[in-house]
Design a protein around this ligand. Structure first.
Ligand code: SF4
Length: 486
């Protein structure tokens, strides 16, 4: 499919149709309008037009070029919102598939948490055979992805069910990095520009964390999982890190904590002393994220370290002795081929981390990569798929199996991000954040708390201010937000 104009009336963004069209249309070739006259006027400028119009529970879907190619009417009077959403997506998908090849193997599933759907069906006691049939026949998902989803759900299940609602995960965000990576879309702050406010930030973060933890204990609940992410948490200096982790140690009962992660991230921010501080304060899982071991790519993506420093830091971390070390890789980085990712994987596997997370490059609107896309050669979809297959084969061969996954918008090759682990090293926090069955209290700029109260059928997200300045200057409002835990 080349260019497409879409008229959508009475269809909420909740239907995720925008994402579904992306399965058929390559980037930046679509226009959305909500006015019939404008649609008619502009239709001739596009190769195809699609109308999805909902009027009083009668939904008309029509695909046209210079003539009508297909049109269907859906009567959705007795359906709930979820059923209508699936029905509309199925219809649009079937119509477009008649004329164009879908670019993704995920069928109508375009959300970021595909495995949640399998858990919902397992919760309803559906058999695995029936679940596989539903995923293929109703959601049009390719058997390869059906197998991946069900395998992951079954691996996650013992960690998530039964759901202990008294146990809460605690997340702290350090939104600072030494430089900004090419593909980054996080609201991370450049230390050189914003570092002056770091001490004040750490003070407020500690105050928010103590407030939140005390509140959790007042409610008779416990903290059983801690995750410090960012940004790059190890951007802060040794004494700041010692103070932060010391604060956590003196306010959280670490005897209850099964998993305590610091996303150390970039090797240029890690020192032996920082690793020792983490170890002494009870951290048992760290992430060291190379993304690639190719020197040229490291320069291209704006990392201020080389491949050797990744190996050195990893060896140091192994000597100090953390239970689990994760390493993140990205496939599809500009200029890389299957040879590059294969070489990266060999080098990483040799370092023997217990977790390896394979991300597919996502070209996010807020990234430098998106801004300067014309200057970079993106890897072709088919090659990214080959890279993913190669990675899976290598990792399974070395005893690492997939245990959690998620998808993002604008991923190269319409693929997914998959976390692999040696059995017994699956990250509790990663599984919990994806499957949303569990409460996470999040502190810091841009942090999003998720409160899950199944007994009240309640799932609520509460976001802190994203911007550093807002977080610091409107801190009283931040503390009030923690009351959602009630
Ligand atoms: S390390 Fe992560 S948060 Fe920091 S700039 Fe790179 S992608 Fe963004």
């Amino acid at each position: 499919m080349n260019t497409l104009i879409v008229l959508q009336i009475g269809i909420s963004s909740f239907f995720e149709l925008d994402n579904l069209y992306q399965v058929f249309v390559t980037r930046n070739k679509m226009l959305f309008v909500d006015d019939e006259t404008e649609f008619s006027q502009k239709l001739s400028l596009f190769d195809y037009g699609l109308k999805v119009i909902n009027r009083d529970s009668v939904i008309e879907v029509c695909l046209l070029s210079d003539k009508v190619l297909d049109e269907r009417t859906l009567f959705v009077f007795d359906m709930n919102v979820k059923e209508i959403k699936v029905e509309v997506k199925r219809t649009v998908y079937q119509m477009l598939s008649r004329f164009f090849k879908p670019l993704s193997k995920w069928g109508i599933l375009v959300g970021i948490r595909p495995v949640k759907l399998v858990h919902e069906m397992l919760d309803d006691d559906l058999s695995l055979d029936l679940i596989r049939d539903v995923l293929s026949d109703k959601y049009f998902i390719h058997p390869e992805k059906v197998a991946l989803m069900t395998e992951i759900a079954l691996r996650e299940r013992p960690h998530l069910v039964p759901n202990d609602i008294s146990a809460i995960s605690l997340y702290l965000c350090i939104p600072f990095c030494p430089t900004r990576c090419l593909y980054c879309s996080f609201p991370s702050n450049d230390l050189k520009q914003k570092g002056k406010r770091l001490p004040e930030y750490l003070e407020k973060l500690a105050a928010e964390t103590i407030h939140a933890v005390n509140h959790i204990y007042r409610l008779g609940k416990k903290v059983d999982c801690i995750y410090i992410g960012g940004g790059t948490p190890t951007s802060i200096d040794e004494s700041q890190l010692d103070a932060l982790l010391g604060m956590i140690k003196s306010h959280v009962n670490l005897a209850d904590v099964k998993e305590y992660t610091v996303e150390a991230g970039r090797p240029d921010t890690i020192t032996r002393k920082k690793l020792e501080i983490m170890k002494k304060n009870g951290v048992n899982r760290i992430c060291i994220n190379p993304q690639t071991m190719n020197e040229q790519t490291l320069v291209t993506i704006g990392r201020a370290h080389d491949a050797k420093s990744i190996v050195d830091v990893m060896k140091m971390a192994k000597e100090i002795g953390f239970k689990t070390i994760n390493m993140d890789l990205i496939i599809g980085l500009p200029g890389e081929t299957v040879h590059h990712t294969s070489d990266t994987l060999d080098k990483i596997i040799e370092l023997a981390p217990e977790n390896i997370t394979i991300h597919t490059l996502a070209v996010k609107r807020a990234s430098r990569l998106h801004e300067d896309l014309d200057y970079y050669e993106l890897t072709h979809d088919q090659m990214v798929e080959e890279m993913m297959d190669d990675a899976e084969l290598k990792l399974r061969k070395h005893g690492l199996t997939p245990y959690y996954m998620y998808r993002q918008k604008k991923m190269v090759g319409h693929l997914e991000n998959v976390g692999y682990a040696i059995s017994g090293h699956e990250s509790l926090y990663n599984m919990r954040i994806m499957e949303e069955k569990h409460s996470i209290v999040a502190c810091g700029a841009g942090a999003v708390s998720k409160i899950c109260a199944p007994e009240e059928n309640r799932f609520e997200r509460v976001a802190n201010f994203k911007g550093l300045e807002d977080y610091l200057d409107r801190f009283d409002e931040i503390l009030l937000k923690k009351e959602i835990l009630e």
